[in-house]
Design a protein around this ligand. Sequence first.
Ligand SMILES: NC(=O)c1ccc[n+]([C@@H]2O[C@H](COP(=O)([O-])OP(=O)(O)OC[C@H]3O[C@@H](n4cnc5c(N)ncnc54)[C@H](O)[C@@H]3O)[C@@H](O)[C@H]2O)c1
Ligand SMILES: O=C[C@H](O)CS(=O)(=O)O
Length: 483
Amino acid sequence: MENLLQDSGLLKTDSYIDGAWITSNTTFDVINPADGQTLVSVGNATDSDAKAAVKAADDAFASWSSLTSYDRADLLHKWHQLMMQHQDDLALILTLEQGKPLSEAKGEIAYGASFIQWFAQESIRVYGDTIPTQDRHKRVVVIKQPVGVVASITPWNFPNAMIARKAAAALAAGCTFVGLASGLTPLSALAMAELADRAGIPKGVFNILASDDAPSIGKVLTRDALVKKFTFTGSTRVGKILTEQCASTVKKVSMELGGNAPFIVFEDADIEQAVQGALASKYRNAGQTCICTNRIFVHQDIADTFTEKYVSAVTELKLGKGIDAGTNVGPMISAAAVSKTHDLVQQAVAQGAKLACGGNLSPLGESFYPPTVLTEVDNTMAVAQQELFAPVSPIIQFNNEAQVVAMANDTPYGLAAYFYSRDISRIWRVAEKLQFGMVGINDTAISNTAAPFGGMKQSGYGREGSKYGLDDYLDIKYLSFAL
Ligand SMILES: NC(=O)c1ccc[n+]([C@@H]2O[C@H](COP(=O)([O-])OP(=O)(O)OC[C@H]3O[C@@H](n4cnc5c(N)ncnc54)[C@H](O)[C@@H]3O)[C@@H](O)[C@H]2O)c1
Ligand SMILES: O=C[C@H](O)CS(=O)(=O)O
């Protein structure tokens, strides 16, 4: 695999702890979802390695947090520059281990790097307060201080950006960081560590663990008292487990969890714009993003027109390997993911849904599933209630605003929602009533470093990116002076 890279030094296969690439007694294989072949074998970090990483981060905290925010920003800017300088190699590594089209992988590298740049800039704007008191002999001042060691566990679907979105804020705030990458996609995280090393980020400040035993490593990271903040991105199911595990040491916790995004097309929408928006939101990363459209609600008056245009556009999407030019939709992460998806599609058809396109197993390989559209779906079906994380569009008809808002909100999730309308009164009414942390209005390209990314309900809590993104990594302290 290294011979495919311009800089073979970016292919790292061991965990990075305290500025060193550690050796492991056992390894696990990283599989290319496009062909099921082993890319490389990676050293399997152990619980002891996780404890060592936490200790290294704790040892490094005093010196890292004592740097000025300008000093930290300089190092983060250098890291950002190196990420962009090596964007092509990082994207190729990402596509090979995760499957997304190369163009999307390049976009993810730029998106991940933008968080490093953003928080380098934000770090020099961590302000406190002076508070007027009723006592002339008293002064009250508020200061903000980094919480300490941050531990993180992240998913396979954005193996660069989900780590960058956390680590950049943590380091900018003056914290030190231990990240466990997904065992399915560790290579992107290890390449980030290589570039952090090259940027001159001191040893112990940024540590990356690779392991195929996340539950075991997770118990260390959630229960070690030296870890003061735990941040997770992944499924709601696992988020609940980890939140419970963090309770034993009362850590600060942030959770970026699952989603079930409604996409509503009102009768006054620009239908062509809605078709393009749904296409982009649904089939990005083969539908494997937390903010992908999960249910498409179309007003009955325009349902036939929208569906005809949408199905026509979906059938134009090219299914293929991520490294192949022209691929719009790559493989899913595994054959198991395809099997789960196909079962949901078949179950929906058995319950009365109609297959407008796709819905068959692909000759390209066991991890490929064709872009699929189901019509005459009911909001109570599993294909509408579950987070699909797949290239499948369930279309549900509605006949009035109150009904569709109720259906859209009828989910334990509350991450992203989208709707298309040109009625400004309706836009405000619906935007305020939708119970989701992020709402796209005639827009589905909502991921934005400057905006506070996060959810409500069982999609989690905490915000990543934006001017709010440092808050989760800072303690607020006030000083009361008697003069
Ligand atoms: N809200 C967001 O920002 C966001 C972003 C990306 C993905 N996600 C969500 O992530 C999910 C898909 O990713 P996934 O399949 O990797 O999710 P997952 O929850 O199965 O795994 C996430 C990470 O947790 C690890 N893990 C699994 N079980 C664990 C345990 N018991 N203890 C410790 N670690 C454990 C995994 O190895 C992986 O690294 C979807 O639900 C998606 O919506 C959310
Ligand atoms: O999968 C979830 C990611 O957070 C989506 S995005 O990378 O923020 O667009």
